[in-house]
Design a protein around this ligand. Structure first.
Ligand SMILES: NC(=O)C1=CN([C@@H]2O[C@H](COP(=O)(O)OP(=O)(O)OC[C@H]3O[C@@H](n4cnc5c(N)ncnc54)[C@H](OP(=O)(O)O)[C@@H]3O)[C@@H](O)[C@H]2O)C=CC1
Ligand SMILES: CCCCCC/C=C/C(=O)O
Length: 500
């Protein structure tokens, strides 16, 4: 059997049928072509073969989608006027519908992004859980009453949380479905309508989610899905009828979005790049710390903004930790996401593959040592790259300062707490950080000194939909998830009534 027919035989009928015809834009509850008829191909990064042809939204389509979202927000049958209880029930039902189709979402995600089926199942599970978590919040968007002190007069003052209007969600390719869920779910929970722009590399699960939302009974225009390139995203950012942009992606594009959105001062939340320091002290549980360091650096093919890419190890245990992480890297099975033995799929695209290989080759040229992995591609076909561990790195090397977004860990020894805290904070980013020490005093003290939105102590990638996520410094603005994340999708209104 050829590679392709072997793959096709594993596909669920719903997935085969989804891939067999060109995918369109979802605007106002209808599947439509791009106005100018343009399409693009989405590629399977494991085989470099075309997976599907997808309509490519332009600025004109962005405008069509915003008009639909605005009408759905303002109209009598609008989502924003649905009772919180009905909205809550619908959100819960959607979570359950995703659970029923986890395998379909997982296959599409694995094909489009490259990640293993097991990882993709986990991502779909997070999306399902996120719908149920926010279903609970739909009925709990409460205000407060506030006492006023004006001599001789009596007032009743209170606050209300109200929907913003139209939200543009612009998302990347590393967790395509999860990131779509991060933007769509809090938006619609609060009564907003949404235009979602998935990344050009990975449009499929966002479109599949759009299909499921229609089937679940989400009214037309409430969620619109616009696959396309950066120009479609920029058109949403520039649009005067968009009230908020919720973005995850590079710091470079985040800055453009902040500038574009300032034209009409729309709200902006940004979850941007990272270069997280992971600090292992001499007194750490080394077995756990080594496994944690490998997970921190290599999870999701290293394409994760909170990955622990800068490893700092106290000098006495440096050699032992390097040996352990190198062994963990070598034990990772790089392969096609559909192979059940695969623990690391390919990188998402040729561009990303070349970027990662370039950083590692640059480090070698700068005099660093490769302890595990290699600067070269790991297979003739497919964007495969072996998990890599680099020592002999200095703080000024590009591999140490830049977000690489691949399975690459750099390791540097340190002597004192003050020295490592200064090195860890010596970055423009501030998304995540971690500390390993059996002394809880050390762990909490060092954790409190690290300038990052998430700090893990004696663990890494421990996550939940209940926890706020976001960055210090150039890692972004605002927080996602938890109740903090919901507030960002609402306006706070103060109402004052005089009691006469
Ligand atoms: N924080 C994170 O989770 C992520 C960080 N990154 C970092 O960014 C690097 C580059 O990846 P890349 O895919 O180019 O990331 P981008 O930041 O370019 O892409 C993220 C999203 O923004 C869209 N976009 C691009 N340009 C604009 C614009 N001017 N206005 C509005 N939207 C726009 C993209 O569309 P399109 O798909 O067409 O480009 C995509 O949907 C990675 O190597 C990594 O370092 C990447 C992904 C996620
Ligand atoms: C609640 C689980 C969240 C998992 C999503 C991981 C996202 C990583 C990223 O932002 O890059």
């Amino acid at each position: 059997m050829s590679e392709n027919s072997q793959l096709n035989s594993q596909l669920l009928p719903a997935v085969s049928s989804f891939l067999s015809s060109p995918r369109q834009l979802l605007i106002d509850g209808e599947w439509v072509d791009a106005k100018d008829g343009k399409t693009f191909d989405t590629i399977n990064p494991a085989t470099e073969q075309v997976l599907a042809t997808v309509a490519q939204a332009s600025a004109v389509d962005a405008d069509r989608a915003v008009v639909a979202a605005r009408n759905a927000f303002e109209s009598g049958s609008s989502w924003s006027k649905m009772t919180p209880r009905d909205r809550s029930h619908l959100l819960w039902r959607i979570g359950d519908m995703i659970d029923d189709r986890i395998e379909e979402f997982a296959q599409l995600e694995s094909l489009d992004n490259g990640k293993s089926l097991a990882s993709a199942r986990g991502d779909a599970g997070v999306a399902a859980e996120l719908f149920r978590y926010f279903a609970g919040w739909a009925t709990k968007m409460e205000g407060t009453t506030i006492p006023m002190s004006v001599p001789g007069r009596e007032f009743h003052a209170y606050t209300r949380r109200e929907a913003l209007g139209v939200v543009a969600g612009i998302v990347p390719w590393n967790f395509p479905l999860t990131m779509a869920a991060f933007k769509v779910i809090p938006s619609i929970t609060a009564g907003n309508t949404v235009v979602l722009k998935p990344a050009e590399q990975t449009p499929l699960t966002a479109l599949y989610l759009g299909q499921l939302l229609l089937e679940a009974g989400v009214p037309a225009g409430v969620v619109n899905v616009l696959p396309g390139f950066g120009d479609a995203g920029a058109a949403l950012v520039d649009h005067f009828d968009v009230d908020k942009v919720a973005f995850t992606g590079s710091t470079e594009v985040g800055k453009k979005i902040a500038a574009g959105a300032s034209k009409n001062l729309k709200k902006v939340s940004l979850e941007l790049g990272g270069k997280a320091p992971n600090i292992i002290f001499n007194d750490a549980d080394l077995e756990a710390a080594i496994a944690g360091a490998a997970l921190a650096g290599y999870f999701n093919e290293g394409q994760c903004c909170v990955n622990g890419s800068r490893l700092y190890v106290q000098r006495d245990v440096f050699d032992q930790v390097i040996e352990g992480v190198a062994a963990a890297a070598k034990a990772i099975k790089v392969g096609d996401g559909f192979d059940p033995s695969t623990t690391m799929g390919p990188l998402v695209s040729q561009e990303q593959h070349e970027k990662v290989m370039g950083y590692v080759a640059g480090a070698v040229k700068d005099g660093a040592n490769i302890v595990a992995g290699s600067p070269d591609r790991a297979a003739e076909t497919g964007y495969f790259f072996s998990p890599t561990l680099i020592t002999g790195v200095t703080e000024d090397m590009a591999v140490q300062t830049d977000e690489i977004f691949g399975p690459v860990i750099t390791a540097i020894p340190f002597d004192t707490e003050d020295e490592v805290v200064a090195a860890a904070n010596n970055t423009v980013y501030g998304l995540a950080a971690g500390v390993w020490s059996k002394d809880l005093g050390t762990a909490h003290r060092v954790g409190s000194k690290l300038r990052a939105g998430t700090v893990w102590l004696n663990t890494w990638h421990a996550d939940d939909v209940t926890l706020p996520r976001g960055g210090f410094k150039q890692s972004g603005w605002g927080r996602e998830l938890g109740s903090f994340g919901l507030d960002d999708y609402t306006e706070l209104k103060t109402v004052i009534a005089e009691l006469r």
